[in-house]
Design a protein around this ligand. Structure first.
Ligand SMILES: [Zn+2]
Length: 249
């Protein structure tokens, strides 16, 4: 098993679950964070649900756009990207961009999505990253999702009205995968799916100016350069890394 510069090893994951969920703060975060793996898993028959937490209405440097116009445009872009990826369900929670908080309401929304769509694996931002700047919404989405996965979605006495009134059942998520982590422990070969990830990512046309692609390089080339670095020593061309937590029992 190859190791990274600090001597840690990454397990190569080839298993594909029956259902997965990607929970993310802003339109485009899912394609960046887990797009290569989702494209690969959808092709292998996995049913994927997207849960978009904010409407992305602060994500522009263009002062001619109103927040409402931007939110509409970004919702359209996200639907187009999800459709292209073959994502089965898209839940849009609609919180204002930059205003995600660790509230009972937000936690209940994420618990409800998990109980409704019942994923084996959940992907989300790593809320514990400290070796680099991270958007506040990413931390909040990561933290609330971590709590929703365990124990809130699993235990019937949390948000009991969802069970009593809305006929949902508790659900135990088996694996939680963080992207944007300081210390990954798993890698997935995305050589066969990275072009699909990039094609979905460029559906977010409103965000292209903010990606800060170096002169002479396309967004696709940048994604591939990074993925090739991650795959070094693993025997495949492009990789995506995560920090995986596995539920006990
Ligand atoms: Zn974001």
């Amino acid at each position: 098993m190859p190791s990274d510069a600090t001597g840690r090893t990454h397990e190569i994951v080839t298993d594909v679950p029956d259902r997965a969920m990607v929970i993310f703060a802003h339109p485009d975060d899912a394609e960046i964070g887990s797009g290569g793996v989702v494209a690969r898993w959808v092709a292998a028959g996995c049913e994927v649900t997207y849960v978009l937490c904010t409407n992305g209405d602060a994500g522009t440097g263009d002062r001619s756009l109103t927040p409402a116009e931007l939110a509409k445009r970004r919702a359209d872009e996200q639907r187009a990207a999800a459709d292209f990826m073959g994502v089965k369900h898209v839940v849009m929670l609609g919180y204002p961009d930059g205003e995600l908080e660790d509230t009972r309401e937000f936690l209940g929304d994420v618990v409800r999505a998990i109980r409704q769509y019942r994923p084996h694996t959940v992907f989300v931002h790593d809320p514990y990253r400290i070796k680099g700047f991270q958007h506040r919404d990413h931390r909040k989405a990561g933290l609330v999702t971590t709590d929703a996965v365990y124990p809130f979605a699993r235990d019937h006495l949390h948000f009991p009205e969802q069970i009593r009134r809305d006929s949902l059942e508790p659900h135990k998520v088996r694996e939680l995968w963080y992207w944007g982590m300081d210390e990954p422990n798993v890698i997935v070969d995305v050589t066969g799916s990275i072009d699909r990830q990039i094609a979905a990512l460029v559906r977010h046309q409103s965000q292209m100016p903010g990606f800060n692609v170096p002169p002479g390089e396309t967004i696709g080339e940048r994604v591939k350069r990074h993925a090739a670095q991650l795959a070094t020593g693993h025997g495949f061309e492009y990789g995506a890394v995560f920090r995986r937590l596995i539920a006990r029992g």
